[in-house]
Write a protein that binds this ligand. Structure first.
Ligand code: AR6
Length: 172
């Protein structure tokens, strides 16, 4: 079991981890929420890196998958862009959310990252219920497979922090 998991209340753009995860959309060209904050803090270089990711139509990252780019001006070295499900629109949102976390961690491992920071993927515009998202994300992150990676969740509000912390305590 990976017990290197911590919960932080804060802005993920300040995370001093090898990689930070962006809750992006399929086009991967920026947006609102955490995506907008990451692009703003990283500077215009990040968009240039995103444009280098091959697209099918205008899809650079299908729902549940992940792509990696350098991080521009951020303290992190890499941005891992993943796309969570829209809760009431995409079918099997539980599987898609778990895949988004799993594929992000797989990319982090492939790039020798010792630390990664996640936001609450899908818990904003995409409408995922917080408790269910906390349970899914922590189930994926606790897998022994990620024992070598320090995982932090950078959550924006005290409410999210409490929900994630309770779920972490419950599953310990
Ligand atoms: N640091 C940490 N968490 C943040 C930050 C930040 N700087 N800013 C917002 N959050 P959302 P989604 C929280 O909507 O639901 C974008 O337009 C926020 O409070 O950013 O996956 C993309 O381009 C919430 O708890 O992502 C997509 O189109 C969480 O991050 C779409 O939104 C996720 O909220 C993705 O929607």
């Amino acid at each position: 079991m990976n017990s290197n998991i911590s919960i932080v209340q804060g802005n993920i753009t300040e995370a001093d981890t090898d990689a930070i995860v962006n809750a992006a959309n399929q086009k991967m060209l920026g947006g609102g929420g955490v995506d907008g904050a990451i692009h703003k803090a990283a500077g215009p270089e990040l968009l240039k890196y995103c444009l280098q990711i091959p697209a099918v139509g205008d899809v650079r990252c299908p729902v549940g998958e992940a792509r990696i780019t350098p991080a521009g001006r951020l303290p992190a070295r890499w941005v891992i862009h993943t796309v969570g499900p829209r809760y009431t629109i995409d079918s099997e949102p539980q599987n898609l959310l778990a895949s988004a976390y799993r594929n992000s961690l797989t990319l982090a491992e492939k790039h020798q990252c010792n630390s990664i920071a996640f936001p609450a993927i899908s818990c904003g515009v995409y409408g995922y219920p917080y408790s269910e998202a906390a349970e899914i994300s922590l189930t994926v992150c606790r897998d022994v497979r990620w024992n070598g990676i320090n995982i932090s969740f950078y959550l924006f509000t005290p409410e999210l922090v409490e929900i994630w912390q309770n779920e972490l305590n419950r599953s310990e």
